[in-house]
Design a protein around this ligand. Structure first.
Ligand SMILES: *Cc1c(COP(=O)(O)O)cnc(C)c1O
Length: 393
């Protein structure tokens, strides 16, 4: 292992642990528990007096640990804890640092389940939540108070593709001693700038780009060793949010191709967004590092590319959006994104259905909006598919 390795090398090698058999490919340790040679050895293991002290898969597992070490390394952080899903990671990160009476500030444009954790779960335990327009630094300034303990945002919001000025928000939070939790799912671990901006806990749904082939749920909480092996591990291991070693193995092996896949898919997303701009059947197209994005300058400053998802707003609202979806032949209708298969999602009636109409409007989710996830198919085929489906509207 080398600190000087670049991301692509780390994605293939970092954190690998070989068993006595010298296997080339990282092994799947599908085991819940670990055997001790003696009662004394069991006692010592629970005292954590040596290296690689695995006790129980809910606490840690060699395969999960390889996945954690590799994800921490590509983020440029000291440590990470793998979780059963992206939501287990969001919940674990927030619950491990917030207590009753605390004040949390968050951007309003959030994935529905993230909003649920803030507004329903944390609020139920007496945490005060202030939601702001994440694109407006004045609102962050006004909302963050001396007693604010945590700040939360999606660095690029799902599905509205709003971009958070992470450095500016981190500076405001740190000025009052608040910790910053960044949900980085849309930004991808390849284009991430969360650590450089100062985010304290960086959270991924590894279900998305890391798996990238629509198979397993997974999540990751990344940060300093002090935070990860302190409050985060303690909370997650005792509340059962650990990842399955099988899922960890699938996603660990997926990291080998992550850079290639994400760059290819991001290139396709921009190509499609550019090609669709100004189309007569659309109210608009949005992709973070596309020139017409309202925060283009910030997005360009922050990201080499704006992820693998773009949105279109079909004229004619829900009825037109449904006609479009039903006419697609290459894109599949589903609610995941970042898959090798291109996916189209209608947030209003699926992923963001549980929001009130007001919340959806506040977040900018219109009835004609479709979230388009660019896959690994040929970009020309994808464009032809979208164009023929728009013709059908
Ligand atoms: C998908 C997603 C999640 C949840 O991830 P799961 O793995 O489905 O639990 C959280 N945040 C964002 C921004 C997401 O896109």
């Amino acid at each position: 292992m080398s600190d000087t390795w670049k991301t692509r090398t780390k994605l293939v090698h970092q954190g690998a642990r070989r068993s006595q058999y010298g296997e080339v490919s990282e092994a799947l340790f599908l085991t819940q528990g670990f055997v001790y040679d003696s009662a004394e050895a069991a006692e010592a293991r629970f005292l954590k007096t040596g290296e690689d002290e695995f006790i129980y898969a809910r606490y840690g597992n060699p395969t999960s640990r390889m996945f954690e070490d590799r994800m921490a390394a590509i983020e440029g952080c000291e440590d990470a804890f793998a979780t059963a899903s992206g939501m287990a990671a969001v919940n674990g990160a927030l619950m491990s640092i917030v207590k009753a009476g605390d004040h949390v500030v968050s951007s309003r444009a959030l994935f529905g389940s993230c909003l649920y954790i803030l507004e329903s779960v944390l609020a139920r335990f007496g945490v005060e939540i202030t939601l702001v327009d994440g694109t407006d630094l004045e609102q962050w300034k006004a909302a963050i108070r001396p007693d604010t303990t945590a700040v939360f945002f999606e660095s690029i919001s799902n599905p509205t593709l709003e971009v958070i000025d992470m450095k500016a928000v981190c500076d405001l939070a740190h000025a009052v001693g608040a910790l910053v939790v960044c949900d980085n799912a849309m930004s991808t671990p390849i284009f991430t700038q969360a650590k450089a901006a100062g985010c304290d806990l960086i959270v991924y749904s590894t279900t998305k780009h890391v798996d990238g082939q629509g198979r397993c749920l997974g999540g990751m909480i990344i940060g300093t060793r002090e935070l990860i092996r302190g409050p985060v591990e303690t909370y997650v291991k005792h509340t059962g949010g650990a990842i399955s070693p099988f899922n960890a193995w699938v996603q660990l092996k997926s990291l080998e191709t992550l850079d290639l896949r994400v760059r290819q898919q991001a290139g396709t997303a921009l190509f499609l967004a550019d090609a669709l701009e100004g189309h007569a059947k659309l109210n608009g197209v949005r992709y973070p590092t596309q020139k017409s994005h309202p925060q283009y300058d910030l997005a360009k400053r922050q990201y080499e590319a704006g992820g693998t998802v773009f949105t279109i707003d079909v004229k004619g609202g829900k009825a037109a959006a449904f006609k479009f979806l039903n006419a697609l032949e290459v894109f599949t209708i589903s609610n995941n994104f970042a898959d090798a298969k291109s996916i189209a999602t209608h947030p209003t009636t699926t992923t963001h259905k549980n929001l009130t109409e007001d919340s959806r409007q506040a977040a900018g989710i219109t009835p004609g909006m479709l979230r388009m996830s660019a896959g690994l198919e040929d970009a020309e085929d994808l464009l032809a598919d979208i164009l023929q489906a728009l013709d059908a509207v």
